[in-house]
Design a protein around this ligand. Structure first.
Ligand SMILES: Nc1ncnc2c1ncn2[C@@H]1O[C@H](COP(=O)(O)OP(=O)(O)OP(=O)(O)O)[C@@H](O)[C@H]1O
Ligand SMILES: [Mg+2]
Length: 258
């Protein structure tokens, strides 16, 4: 069964074709990663799926619901980390989790939730004093409060150091193990390759390639299969989009390892 089903989704901002007739699906219990350069249309797509933005046309079902018409019902079943997540500067993670629990009218153990995202040690640090990675982990913690079956994570690891990124990956992997579905946008090809069951590459509003990471490598890669040099999702991306994704040196690091 599909957690998300999208057919011919379109959203223009005036003349700008932000999302230009895209179709894809996310199978329940899997991770779908939407990859693409700045301005590709990823956040616009995510916001439409979350019911925050109205589409021009196309059919969408998210957990069987139309996100725009049934937003209120849907919001109880999804967990969201918006791009560039922020919270009140003076609130602590513990207070933030309690606040969210009140909003959703659910009872949770804040310490247990903060433990799940490895943020327990900073539970009493005010938001403005948390590191970038800790802030993102708080975003994940808040997304967990209503025990959702589907998560929308819009660039959850952008700007994080490698260790913090790995912690977020661990949390995402454990969510998947619990049978939850995850829609993940990222600039990090290594992240998509590691986590995603399915990848869709988006450019200028269109999905230009999709499949499992291995299928994409098999289809668009150079076919090199030597001991030291193998195709990666990054090679596929550069071939399709023309330029590597700018990602603060991560590409260089990942190339060094190969
Ligand atoms: N509210 C808006 N009004 C007008 N144009 C918009 C609006 N939101 C986004 N856009 C434009 O739509 C295009 C797609 O933007 P979007 O934020 O969906 O891209 P993205 O793939 O998430 O990029 P990034 O990787 O930088 O987050 C961009 O050209 C952007 O300038
Ligand atoms: Mg975005």
């Amino acid at each position: 069964m599909s957690a998300i089903e999208v057919t011919s989704l379109k959203k223009y901002y005036g003349q700008l074709k932000a999302v230009d007739e895209i179709s894809f699906s996310l199978t329940q219990g899997q991770i779908l990663s939407l990859l693409g350069p700045n301005g590709a249309g990823k956040t616009t797509t995510v916001e439409i799926l979350e019911g925050l933005r109205e589409r021009d046309s196309g059919d969408i079902k998210v957990l069987g619901m139309d996100p725009w018409r049934e937003g209120y019902k849907l919001h109880r079943k999804i967990g969201v980390i918006p791009q560039g997540f922020r919270f009140f500067d003076k609130a602590t993670p513990r207070e933030a989790v309690k606040y969210y629990a009140d909003l959703f009218n659910v009872k949770v153990d804040p310490d247990q939730i903060l433990r799940e995202v490895l943020l327990e040690d900073s539970r009493s640090t005010i938001f403005e004093n948390l590191s970038g990675g800790q802030k993102q982990k708080l975003g994940l913690a808040l997304a967990l409060v209503n025990n959702p079956e589907l998560f929308f994570l819009d660039e959850p690891t952008t700007g994080l150091d490698p260790q913090a990124r790995r912690t977020v990956w661990e949390v995402i992997t454990s969510l998947k193990k619990q049978g939850r579905s995850i829609f993940l946008t990222t600039h990090y090809l290594e992240e998509a390759e590691k986590l995603a069951d399915e990848v869709a590459i988006m450019n200028k509003g269109k999905i230009i390639a999709s499949g499992t990471p291995q299928e994409l490598i098999n289809t668009y890669g150079s076919g090199k299969r030597q001991v030291m040099v193998t195709d990666s999702l990054e090679d596929v991306f550069v071939k399709l989009v023309g330029t590597p994704i700018e990602d603060e040196g991560e590409n260089i690091d990942s190339k060094k390892k190969k």
